[in-house]
Design a protein around this ligand. Structure first.
Ligand code: ADP
Length: 454
């Protein structure tokens, strides 16, 4: 790996993803610089890194979101690259631009690609022009109540109002009838302004039983792009993913190929480089529609790694170094089936309220080629109020879906956390549920089956 130009990498993140990036980078012979807040001074990512720098207070805005401070640390520590992970600054075009201006490699796509996908409505316009299928809707600039109402009536109900700057499942309203539209619009705008500082919206047809199927894409600086197949992320609660799997059950080879090609078209349309995810709504008749593109590594990337045998962080680093993609499309194949379950400190009996406190004991299932645990926490660590309360990602692999599900149940039964409430039992019920076993999936699965699972 002597030819690599990244020799020291700053990881602008925390928790499991920081640990996961550090492991791959170190294996590639790259020195790693961690940054941490007051709340994280004893965290695993700090211990794993070759050096660690304190960057501020526990609230993200006082530490992990402080672009200037992080860039200063990169300079002082002689790191010549920054990996942003997911969340925090990962989709912040201004931060990527600042990295570039300071001759620090941003391990992610070029600034214009981040900008293009930063607004859901701009993204839809670009994709429409590139011939990518969209859900019927209006994503224009006229934001007057009258125009939005008339566009909504044209689309018909139920429909969805989405904040164009939205993310993380926030800033969305389902509207059942024309009479409810204005109230829903106002409430969506209020949430959008307070969460994203931007109250523009788009409206689109609300699909009643869709699946969330997303394609992992990778592009290099030579203009080549491949897809690494799909993930099904239909198991969601309040639009947040709970269990993800790859490949998507029941997807025909033809549709898989079509979705992959459309995702590559989408990536090329914006001059993409690096790892990206093109999210689609998939209808049971086999039709699919572009939803958005995430210009970063996703939380659920390990299921793709399990079925392809690849290390996506290694690919990100290679592409960031200007190297061509390590494999071509015809060299990529799907092997077996993988699941990821997100283990959270939260109380399923109390509306999934986040739980905080010290983890007095954490016992993991035996990890091996079939079972992987990505975590930034060990016994004795605490889950604080400041960050996402995810404790670990449990990833399993086997030759087919039902064998992989059996693995998932076994590994969940061997996953023990004491000291605070978790969703482990809930996930076990889910992995044992008949409808889930039959892959009877859509994004409302948990609304429909929630009672049986808690
Ligand atoms: P976010 O950026 O907040 O994650 P997305 O646009 O990715 O928002 O949508 C999140 C989830 O909302 C999707 O996974 C899907 O479950 C649901 N959703 C989004 N658009 C539609 C739609 N037009 N019809 C039905 N469900 C939708």
């Amino acid at each position: 790996m002597a030819h690599l130009s990244i020799n020291k990498l700053l990881i602008a993140n925390r928790g499991e993803i920081a640990c996961r990036i550090i492991r791959t980078a170190q294996r590639m012979g790259i020195e790693c610089v961690a940054v941490y807040s007051d709340a994280d001074k004893d965290s695993q990512h700090v211990k794993l890194a070759d050096e660690a720098w304190h960057i501020g207070g526990p609230a993200a805005k006082d530490s992990y979101l402080k672009a200037d401070t992080i860039l200063e640390v990169a300079k002082k520590s002689n790191a010549n690259a920054i990996h942003p992970g997911y969340g925090f600054l990962s989709e912040n075009a201004e931060f990527a631009r600042q990295c570039e201006a300071n001759q620090v490699i941003f391990v992610g796509p070029p600034v214009p690609a981040i900008e293009a996908m930063g607004s859901k409505s701009d993204a839809k316009s670009i994709m429409e022009n590139a011939g990518v299928p969209l859900v019927q809707g209006y994503h224009g600039n006229d934001q007057s109540d009258d125009r939005l109402q008339s566009e909504a009536d044209k689309i018909g109900y139920p429909l969805l109002i989405k904040a164009t700057a939205g993310g993380g499942g926030k800033g969305m309203r389902v509207v059942e009838s024309s009479a409810d539209f204005i109230d829903a619009l106002n409430s969506c705008k209020r949430e959008a302004i307070s969460s994203f500082g931007d109250d523009r919206v788009l409206v689109e047809k609300y699909l009643t039983k869709p699946r969330h199927v997303e394609i992992q894409v990778f592009a290099d600086s030579q203009g080549d792009a491949v897809h690494l197949f799909e993930r099904d992320c239909s198991i969601q609660r309040r639009h947040q993913k709970v269990i993800e799997e790859a490949p998507a059950p029941g997807l025909s080879e033809e549709t898989r190929e079509q979705m992959g090609q459309v995702a590559i078209t989408a990536a090329k349309a914006i001059g993409y480089e690096g790892a990206g995810t093109v999210e689609f709504l998939y209808d049971h008749d086999g039709s699919f529609y572009f939803m958005e593109m995430n210009t970063r590594l996703q939380v659920e990337h390990p299921v793709t790694e399990m079925i392809t045998g690849l290390d996506l962080v290694e690919w990100q680093i290679m592409v960031a170094n200007g190297l061509p993609l390590p494999l071509q499309q015809n060299q990529l194949t799907i092997n077996g089936h993988a699941f990821e379950a997100r283990i959270y400190a939260e109380d399923p009996d109390n509306d999934f309220l986040p739980a905080t406190g010290k983890i007095s004991y954490m016992g993991l299932p035996q990890t091996n080629a079939n079972v992987r645990v990505d975590s930034g926490i060990v016994s004795g660590d605490s889950v604080s109020v400041y960050y996402d309360p995810m404790i670990a990602k449990l990833i399993v692999w086997d030759r087919d879906r039902s064998a992989a599900l059996a693995r998932l149940r076994g590994a969940l039964a061997d996953f023990h956390v004491a000291g605070l409430t978790t969703n482990i039992e809930f996930l076990h019920h889910l992995a044992s549920n008949d409808s889930f076993n039959n892959a009877d999936l859509d994004t409302h699965f948990l609304d429909k089956h929630g009672e049986e699972l808690t």
